[in-house]
Design a protein around this ligand. Structure first.
Ligand code: DOR
Ligand code: ZN
Length: 432
């Protein structure tokens, strides 16, 4: 193969270009120059002296944008670092991720924001945007200094991993966030109802003898936050919606004109609580995997636009943390490297949505949700692109995992559709 990878100027020729803005997939060729898209032509081949990547087998789309990843640095580098998390992101087709604030220290101070941004730039594998914590230490008591966090570059505010129990604190947080034009991402789980729960409350939890968290834990939290968003006029984004009732609450709030958006994870869209039968701690997540009806409602929400985008909630935990009694295991699964393949296999290949819809849900829609650049394929835009082979059948193996943690129930899964790699500002990173 020619060394087009190391060139600053080259053509990607004959790919099926998935353009989420123009809402079409069409064969064309893209010229990359100095990290930007210099030209797009709607023809299969090009006459040029520049190196040419023959991409006829592939789909070329804007690099994916993830609004919800836990990169763990600073503080939990045994689980993930900015370097390993960015590598995992790139391997999954992502060129932009938003990292969550439950680090140690929490991202509640501009110095932590600056540290993460600098480190991500040094690593240079993926753009890393930062969500600042809503409250000091993410304790839900005292709101942070949003002015300073915004100046340091945060794109949103969130205590993700924890729900802000005190409604007065949440009201103030929304009001101040609104003053600074920052969206608030809420992890909606009533802390008391969900306390010490291990999985979804239902038939399987009863049979397994595990404490369940009822759908009401999420729905009470979503209801309150919808009301507070209405009261304050602030921008609310509901993280990882998992129940049918929560989808309906978001749908109604949108109809009322509330400034609300919502995301769903690949795992909540494809897995359900019956799988917990084998007590695999890799299936333990917050909010928990729900019932089949909830999965159906989430999919309906994706189709009618109630759910705005897909976000991974990539939550690495090391083997020592996860390989313990089920009750003791922390919640979370990694997701950056499997998100596309899992959704392509379960939703696109099975005819639930089409490929262009999936590309939208992973590119312009998340970008628009938090007002981030990216997610577009257009002249002059940065050449942040993903190359996909939608026909490749492959097995997800542990040895392929780039994340520092391997906590996923998908090892051994067969997928249809595989990310081949990304261009980040035109620089190629292979995923295969
Ligand atoms: O399962 C989860 N894990 N849900 C969250 O909200 C937090 C995350 C984590 O940080 O491990
Ligand atoms: Zn969360």
């Amino acid at each position: 193969m020619i060394d087009w990878k190391d060139k600053r100027e080259f053509w990607i020729a004959g790919a099926r270009i998935a353009d989420p803005e123009a809402e079409r997939i069409r064969v064309g060729s893209v010229c990359v120059q100095k990290g930007r898209i210099a030209e797009i032509v709607w023809q299969k081949s090009v006459e040029t002296d520049l190196p040419v990547l023959d991409a006829e087998r592939f789909v070329l789309a804007p690099g994916f944008v993830d609004l919800h990843a836990h990169l763990r640095e600073p503080g939990y580098e045994e689980k993930e670092t900015i370097e390993t998390g960015s590598a995992a992101a790139a391997a999954g087709g992502y060129t932009s991720v938003v990292c969550m604030a439950n680090t140690n220290p929490a991202i509640d101070d501009p110095s932590v924001v600056e540290y993460i941004s600098c480190r991500a730039q040094q690593v240079g594998r993926c753009r890393v945007y930062v969500a600042g914590a809503l409250t000091k230490g993410r304790l839900g008591e005292i709101i942070n200094e949003y002015y300073h966090l915004k100046r340091a570059g945060v794109v949103a505010l969130s205590d993700d991993g924890a729900y802000v129990t005190n409604s007065q604190v949440m009201r103030s947080a929304l009001e101040y966030a609104n003053l600074h034009a920052l969206p608030v991402i809420s992890h909606c789980e009533d802390a008391f109802l969900a306390s010490s729960s291990q999985m979804n409350e239902g038939y399987t939890s009863t049979r397994l003898g595990l404490k369940g968290s009822p759908a009401a834990a999420e729905e009470i939290a979503v209801s309150r936050d919808c009301m507070l968003a209405q009261l304050t006029g602030a921008r609310l984004h509901v993280a990882h919606v998992s129940t049918a009732g929560a989808v309906e609450l978001v749908r109604r709030a949108k109809k009322k004109g509330t400034r609300i958006t919502a995301e769903a994870t690949p795992h909540h869209l494809t897995l359900d609580d019956r799988l917990l039968d084998g007590y695999d701690a890799n299936l333990k997540v917050n909010p928990p995997l729900r019932g089949v009806k909830d999965v159906e409602a989430l999919r309906a929400g994706l189709l009618d636009g109630t759910i705005d985008c897909v976000a991974t909630d990539h939550a690495p935990h090391s083997e020592i943390d996860k390989d313990v009694e089920f009750d003791e295991a922390p919640a979370g699964m990694i997701g950056l490297e499997t998100a596309f393949a899992q959704l392509h296999t379960e939703l696109v290949a099975k005819g639930v949505i089409d490929l262009l819809d999936l590309v939208k849900l992973m590119t312009i829609k998340p970008a628009a949700t938090l007002g981030l650049p990216g997610g577009r394929i257009a002249r002059e835009a940065p050449a942040d692109l993903v190359l996909i082979d939608p026909a490749e059948e492959w097995t997800f193996e542990k040895r392929l995992i780039r994340s520092r943690s391997k906590n996923t129930p998908l090892v051994g899964a067969r997928f249809t559709g595989r990310v081949q790699g990304v261009f980040l500002e035109g620089k190629w990173q292979s995923a295969v």
